[in-house]
Design a protein around this ligand. Sequence first.
Ligand SMILES: NC(=O)C[C@H](N)C(=O)O
Length: 321
Amino acid sequence: MSTPPRLAVIHTGGTIASRPSPDGRGLTPQQAPSVPGLDGVQVHDVQPFSLPSPHMTPAHMGQLAALIETLAPDHDGIVVTHGTDTLEETAFALHLTLNVPVPVVLTGSMRHAEEVSWDGPANLLDAAHVALHPSSRGRGPLVVIGGDIFDARTVTKIHTTAVDAFGGYPGPIGRIDREGRAPRLHYFARPEPRATYRPAHLNARVEILYAYAGWTGEGYAEAEARADGLVIAALGTGNLPAELLPLIRATDKPVIIATRTHAGPVLPVYGYAGGGATLVEAGAIPASFLNAHKARLLLLILLGQGLTREQIRAVFERDEF
Ligand SMILES: NC(=O)C[C@H](N)C(=O)O
């Protein structure tokens, strides 16, 4: 008789574990969900903490990565349940730091267990099937929501309330559906090979500034003084108002230019004061196609690994993530 597949389910909180709190103050994580209808699978539930995902920190992400590394040798797949608000950040932190052969699949829900349209059980079952499927190996951490399978590098939350809350450019790399009870899984794309990092710590201070029409640099000097590095969610292909150019030129710390536009790369094409070409000439580092919060995590991890500004520039320039 063959041994049943072994699945670890790591519960971290989020709406998928939430219910209205007895004090009437709104939803809070209370009870980890169980995977429904998984016959013949040995499920091992683990709950390192139970948080709403806005309370997640890089330290929790590090704790989760260490736990996954401990569980990986004895399991065929690992599912992580997580709040959706920062799910893409945890997924990307794992993508950058984990090097385990077993599939790791993050999921969550947009509706809680007492709502009519509770999406937790289906997402959990989908995530379990994806995690246990042999074709999922070697793709890095994946995110499964609403039947869509995303890679951690490009996935992002695109809606605050819809059940299909995740998207990102260029979109899902696969799809899981069910025919009766049987899972039907298709992959359309294989993520590019990724680099993994071993930071000595995750304590670097990296702040994000958000650009807008009429910004004259308010908040920049204070953030620059406190932080080890900055990320700016800039405009379009990575442009800023002219007033930011001398501020960036005077900064020795890494300043990453991401974009507040929801898709597309940052490219140094404009030569007016504050245009992307002038920011790069002043020392700034384009974030490639990473959004500001993923660029922040990459910078934090590279700083934690002791890289210099020029080594950090090379990682972003070569898309080594
Ligand atoms: N749908 C959710 O999970 C949202 C919740 N605020 C969280 O991220 O924990």
